[in-house]
Design a protein around this ligand. Structure first.
Ligand code: ADP
Ligand code: MG
Length: 823
């Protein structure tokens, strides 16, 4: 038996012996499960099983001893069945617990299962009779049998609790009744009237049918038809009062309604005459049916759901109580109620996340790390050799970093500074400090071009007599020859190499460090969330510095980087001139070319950047970008700039080719570099003064701002020309923000509002933020959640007070979904 399974069994038995008091492990079962899952996963236990265990046990702390016993027995049986263990003769004993009064509840169904699975035991509890629990399977509902349960499972709905949190996709507001006489074509309306006639007539040779009814409300009559729903004739009889909701249509000059939602007027109105929830559906599930089932679940359960937030918090945060919010989010009485309900549920999501993030932060702060204090006179000796003086903000950031590194606790800091603000030198000085005291530091960059650039910077700044030796600073990227990689690995392992610069190769490679004490990650947003953790694991509690030039709106930095302390470099080095930014329509491209020609004649250089080609945005976006860049480079060279030398840079080139292209630009052998967006990140060519961006309307403002930051790095006046794909279009309006502002934060905030958080996240980060209702652009609510999370933890750092038990369980659950694992 696998070690993790043995452990689980041991724990279960211990828990049974203790009478199911949830004390068999410190912190209770929820805490144990979190750590245990990682272990089990590492041993190859399948996700389906882990998930089933999690589902069954995540409310363990809230169960009665009988329920706990049932849960453990179920879970263990499940484990046995799933892993093909011989059913143990010894059962988990039931000492000190009276015989369960109720039969054990069937376990929540697993999400995926190949083996034939046991049906849940026939449900006894009905929502109207003795209540089941929130974790009871959906089959306890009247009208939900095996078949419908399976359909619900396709939506991820296994239990009543799942259903309660299955929120409408949208709402149709049918709450205002209209007079038929005042209907207008195209309106969405609700009307009520009497059925005057109803008939079913076949069409298309009898294979299809239309039920047509005439409904009259005293102001006018409306013709209503249902296609291929012959049963409608039976649902409505002449003389009955019916409420109809839907869009007003037109047929042969008369107003009609086709396939409206309908309901008999004497019933409680669920589908019409109110704000109607529209649920996400899976195959074979009808909206009306689901809505009906949801109504029963919600009406019964929402008022009975325990609110995990203590009442003082609900009051202080000015949010609705959870039961009310759950009722209103499904079946709102009015738009304001719906808004308040959604806010409450979003608040919960954000609060949980913030608690998780802050708990994680506290856990790190509880660890110890090696101290690096700055000896007197050391820093001036370092900066003496620099060709410039540090700006005030650089100095302030350094102070923050040095303080962290001397604290004896691992640094966890985000250094944010607009493009060109000079973050590299700040990082380099920290790395130098670590190296000077005999330890190792690593810096990871998202592209080999950038890694090479950092490598050269470190060599230039730090390698000198009395400083580091050249072979103590090394570069490792994908293209590094294997023999050299081996050499570097050996040097890092025996500690003779002090500083290493690399790409993801640093993580992927089986590199071992003698004593890695500082990790720097540049352009963090280009990496996934998990990558911080992987690099961190190469040392033992190393200091961590994360850098980004993407100005991150506060709401995002509180979430994505909420576990990090923040330092900001806001001021640019002196002598920079604001980049002259212009919008030129496609017809004005000549002017842009003339500008490039003029600048090149004056000895400067230019970038021309191409985005994806229209409609080809695929998995492999870079391919299309490359195609555009390759073709345009040929065309521009032949037709537009025959007298100039044009270089080419794209992501599919080998690192060597890229390096050649970049150094050709740097060394002035090429005057214009035609490129894909790979130049976006970090490349530093101070002599370049023009950045021409084609298809500018396809980029986010933040990304355009980054590209613009590639120029204006020397003392010369620089230009950024934005050329959108089309002359017209609202998209071009958006671009004007760049002409008006050079404030990266403001642009990023605008971007977040207009285009959502996607572009701020690495590919792997998006899954982490799959909120149901919370929005990452809602800075106000995120701030509020953060504030309350901080207050809660200040009063109760481990959420161990009884009033916070439910919250602690929820946070544990959140963490065990692998979500809180930010860094
Ligand atoms: P980023 O913050 O975008 O990574 P870099 O570290 O690449 O910026 O710095 C941009 C440029 O500014 C580099 O050429 C660097 O040498 C220069 N630089 C950095 N700090 C200063 C300073 N205090 N004064 C003048 N130039 C500086
Ligand atoms: Mg940089």
């Amino acid at each position: 038996m696998k070690a993790s399974i043995l452990k689980l069994k041991k724990f279960f038995r211990l828990e049974a012996e203790r009478g199911y008091d949830n004390r068999a492990v410190m912190g209770g079962l929820g805490t144990m499960l979190h750590a245990w899952q990682a272990e089990a996963r590492a041993e190859g236990i399948g996700d389906a099983l882990l998930e089933a265990i999690q589902t069954r046990l995540h409310n363990y702390a809230q169960y009665s001893p009988q329920e706990r016993q049932a849960a453990l027995i179920d879970t263990w049986r499940r484990v046995e069945a799933e892993l093909g263990l011989p059913p143990s003769s010894e059962r988990i004993p039931a000492r000190r617990v009276a015989k369960p009064e109720k039969p054990a509840k069937p376990p929540a169904a697993p999400k995926t299962l190949t083996a034939p699975r046991r049906r849940p035991a026939p449900a006894r509890a009905r929502i109207k009779g003795e209540p089941a629990a929130l974790d009871a399977p959906t089959t306890v509902l009247y009208g939900v049998g095996a078949v419908n349960a399976q359909r619900l499972e396709k939506l991820g709905l296994y239990t009543l609790g799942d259903m309660l949190y299955h929120f409408p996709r949208r709402y149709d507001d049918y709450s205002q009744l209209s007079d038929m006489v005042s209907l207008l074509y195209g309106q969405h309306v609700t009307v009520m009237g009497t059925v005057r006639s109803i008939a079913n007539r076949p069409v298309k040779g009898g294979r299809r049918s239309i039920v047509e009814a005439l409904v009259d409300d005293g102001t006018a009559a409306l013709r209503v038809s249902w296609f291929n729903q012959p049963w409608m004739q039976r649902n409505l009889s002449v003389g009955s009062q019916v409420v109809l909701s839907g869009q007003v249509d037109q047929y042969l000059g008369r107003l009609t309604m086709s396939n409206p939602e309908w309901e008999l007027a004497d019933k409680e109105q669920l589908h019409t005459n109110r704000i109607v929830p529209v649920y996400p559906l899976a195959a074979d599930l009808g909206q009306r049916w689901l809505r009906g089932v949801m109504k029963r679940v919600v009406s019964y359960w929402a008022p009975r759901v325990p609110d995990p937030l203590p009442p003082e918090l609900v009051a202080a945060a000015e949010v609705r109580p959870l039961p009310e919010a759950l009722l209103q989010v499904h079946f709102p009485d009015a738009p304001e109620q719906l808004r308040a309900a959604r806010t409450r549920i979003a608040f919960d999501e954000l609060l949980l996340m913030q608690l998780a993030v802050l708990l994680q932060k506290a856990a790190w702060q509880g660890q110890s790390a090696r101290r690096f204090s700055v000896p007197a006179g050391w820093l001036p000796a370092q900066t003496e050799g620099l060709p410039f003086a540090l700006t005030g903000d650089q100095q302030a950031a350094l102070d923050d970093l040095f303080k962290d590194m001397a604290s004896g606790r691992p640094m966890n800091r985000l250094l944010q500074g607009d493009v060109g603000s000079g973050k590299t030198v700040v990082a380099a000085l920290c790395m130098a400090l670590v190296a000077a005291q005999g330890a190792q530091a690593a810096i990871m960059a998202p592209t080999s071009i950038l890694a090479e650039q950092h490598y050269l910077t470190l060599q230039r700044l730090l390698v000198r007599p009395g400083g580091l030796a050249a072979d103590e600073v090394r570069l490792i990227i994908g293209a590094t020859p294997e023999s050299e990689k081996q050499q570097i690995r050996a040097g890092l392992q025996d500690g003779s190499i002090k500083l290493v610069v690399g790409t993801q190769a640093l993580i992927q490679d089986p590199i071992l460090f003698a004593q890695l004490e500082l990790i720097v990650i540049d352009e963090q947003h280009r990496f996934g969330v998990g990558q911080r953790a992987k690099l961190r694991a190469k040392g033992s509690n190393p200091h961590l510095l994360v850098m980004t030039a993407t100005p991150i709106p506060r709401s995002l930095s509180l979430t994505l980087y909420g576990d990090l302390d923040l330092s900001v470099i806001a001021e640019l080095p002196p002598g920079r001139r604001e980049v002259n930014t212009q919008l030129m329509l496609p017809g004005e491209r000549r002017r842009a070319y003339d500008l490039i020609r003029r600048e090149v004649q004056a000895g400067r250089q230019a970038f021309i950047v191409y985005p994806l080609i229209d409609g080809e945005e695929g998995e492999d976006g870079e391919t299309d970008e490359r195609k555009a860049a390759v073709e345009e480079q040929k065309r521009l060279q032949a037709e537009v700039f025959p007298e100039l030398k044009l270089g080419l840079l794209h992501g599919r080139m080998s690192a060597e080719e890229k390096d050649k292209a970049m150094s050709a630009l740097r060394d002035g052998r090429v005057q214009v570099l035609v490129s894909t967006t790979v130049v976006e990140v970090g490349v530093d060519v101070p002599n370049a003064t023009v950045m021409l961006i084609e298809g500018a309307d396809r980029f986010g403002l933040a990304q355009l701002h980054q590209l613009r930051g590639r120029v204006g790095r020397g003392g010369e006046q620089s230009y950024c020309i934005l050329v959108p794909n089309a002359s017209h279009g609202a998209e071009n309006e958006r671009l004007k923000a760049l002409l008006e502002s050079n404030d990266g934060f403001m642009l990023a905030q605008k971007d977040l509002e207009q285009r959502g958080p996607g572009q701020f996240l690495g590919k792997q980060q998006s899954g982490f933020l799959d909120f149901r209702l919370a929005s990452l652009s809602d800075a106000r609510l995120i701030d509020k959640a953060r504030r309350h999370a901080e207050e809660l933890l200040a009063a109760d750092p481990h959420l161990s007070q009884p009033a916070h038990l439910a919250l602690a369980v929820a946070v544990n659950h959140y963490l065990s979904d692998g979500k809180g694992d930010l860094s």
